[in-house]
Design a protein around this ligand. Sequence first.
Ligand code: TMP
Length: 206
Amino acid sequence: MNQGILIAFEGIDGTGKSTQLPQLAAYLRSLGLEVIETREPTTGVYGQEIRSLFQNRQRVTRERELELFLLDRRQHVEECILPALVQGKIVLTDRYYFSTAAYQGAAGCDPAEIFVRNSFAPEPDLVLLLVMSADESIARIRDLRGETLNDFEQRDQLEKVAALFASFPHGCIVRIPAARPMMEVQSSIREAVLQLLENKGVECAG
Ligand code: TMP
C-alpha cells in the first residue's frame, strides 16, 4: 500500500547523523524527489517527556522509559511517517526502532522483545547505520559539540549500544564507516540510497 520510501539513520551519539541527514535531503530534492525530514524522540508530548529525562534517567523505571519511546514512535508513525509514505514521499528519520533495541537493550531490556513490540512500525527500506567506536564518538561529543555526556551517553553504555547495533542482522541495514571526513561519509550514504532508488525503479531528474 505504501508508495513512499522510508530511510532511517541510526548509530551511537556523535556519529554525525544530524549533519548527514539534511545533506542527503538536499541532494534528493535536487534530483526532484519529495523528502520529509523527521526525528525521534519527536517534539510531541512523549518526546518532550523523554527529553526531560536526558539529565536524570533514574527518574523513571526501565520499563517506563521503554514505554515512552514506544508511545512516541506510535504517534510518530501514525501522524507523520505513514501519511508521508502514503503520499509517495521519501521519509528520512534521524533514529527509529533500532535505537530502541540498541539503547534500551543496553539498559537491560531484551532487544528481541523490543523488535517484537515495534512491529506496528513499518520496516524501513534502508537503515544507514553510521559506525564509529565509542571512544571516537565520545571525543566528538566533548570536543566538537563542547557538551558533557548525558545519561544516555555514558561510556560503558555507549559501548554496549555500539555492540548491539553491530549485532543486528537485518537485511535493510547498510553499515557506513563514519569516522571519516564528512563528504566521504555523505558520498557513501548517497551511493547506498541511489542503489535503493534504482532497485525500486524510482526515476530521478538530472
Ligand atoms: P539525539 O536527539 O541526540 O539523537 O538523542 C536522542 C537520545 O535518545 C540518544 O542518546 C539515543 C536515545 N534514544 C533511545 O535511548 N531510544 C530510542 O528509541 C531513541 C529513538 C533514542
